[in-house]
Design a protein around this ligand. Sequence first.
Ligand SMILES: Nc1ncnc2c1ncn2[C@@H]1O[C@H](COP(=O)(O)OP(=O)(O)O)[C@@H](O)[C@H]1O
Ligand SMILES: [Mg+2]
Length: 360
Amino acid sequence: VKVGVLGGGQLAQMMALAGFPLGIKVIALESTQDCPAGLVTDVVVGDYTDQQKLKELAEQVDVVTYEFENVDVPSVESIETPNVYPAPNALSISQDRILEKCFFDSISVPTAQYFPVDSVQDLQQAIEKIGLPAILKTRRFGYDGKGQFMIKAQEEIEQAFSELGAKNLIVEQKINFDREVSCIAVRAVSGETAFYDLVENVHVGGILRTSTVITENSNVNQLAKSYAEKVLTELNYVGVIAIEFFEVKGKLIANEMAPRVHNSGHWTIEGAVTSQFENHLRAILDLPLGSADTVGYPMMFNVISKHPEISEILKIPYAHCHVYGKQERQGRKLGHITLSAINSESLTQEVKLLGSLLKE
Ligand SMILES: Nc1ncnc2c1ncn2[C@@H]1O[C@H](COP(=O)(O)OP(=O)(O)O)[C@@H](O)[C@H]1O
Ligand SMILES: [Mg+2]
């Protein structure tokens, strides 16, 4: 069985690794052979918008998927066979922050107040309604906090507007959240679903640093699952999806969703019965899903900018190290470490040990 993946980064790499024991081969489409997926599996070298290359990939595989949400929708739609999962409707919505928020509205999943912005006047009027601070974002192509401007004072309005390119923007009320959480969920071709425990995410400078699994069966865990279920059903979705929320006083406000395996789900490799990568493959190949139950007390740390000393990390008995094979660069995700503790006390101890070893 072969699965084509648009993109050859670490997500495709981890999909390939998850597929291997099941006899599932991943083939990535990436602009260079020298990519994380290329270290573990075959790569079709080419651009995602190159019809010829897409065809070359599609002809070799049983199903096509993607590892990032900014793939060109018309290119994906041009693939007639085999099936592409998740279907392009989820891609179009998650590529545009306005469509995304409208979609959440349409299924009664709460969002921050927002307005489309295409002029300084739009922005001024919106800010009169939602107040300051507010966050101005590009509608499309933002990631890791890029393409955003937090407006704290009236005087910053014009600067924010021009810095972000002066059109196709969205302004949102800044939510004073208690914590940020995300839900990883999966739905198979058969309609079967599975939901991982919610994780608490800490971002620094817009980049995810840690994800800690919320193991207690809390109200927010239930609420997130009910929202995720609506999203999956409404989109007739197939594959893994990640939905980010702000938690405020026990309520959840949806921020954005990613129609793919997600960084905040990397802990599932060792911290859940079945990883998000394996369940994504199972889902798109019409196989039964594996249990998404949490094992122990997992927490994930991203390795950013600089590689740590592996031999030091491995002194922590419950640490699992993943290195993607990328060159060091400021702000770049190079790997991750998952601690899978047996109880919350030992997790606290391991976190202390690890904290002193990560260099960034
Ligand atoms: N409306 C908001 N209120 C408060 N914080 C926000 C808001 N929007 C974004 N942020 C902060 O910025 C981070 C990145 O924004 P996000 O919308 O998730 O974009 P990206 O696509 O870059 O991940 C969020 O994880 C959150 O910490
Ligand atoms: Mg985000």
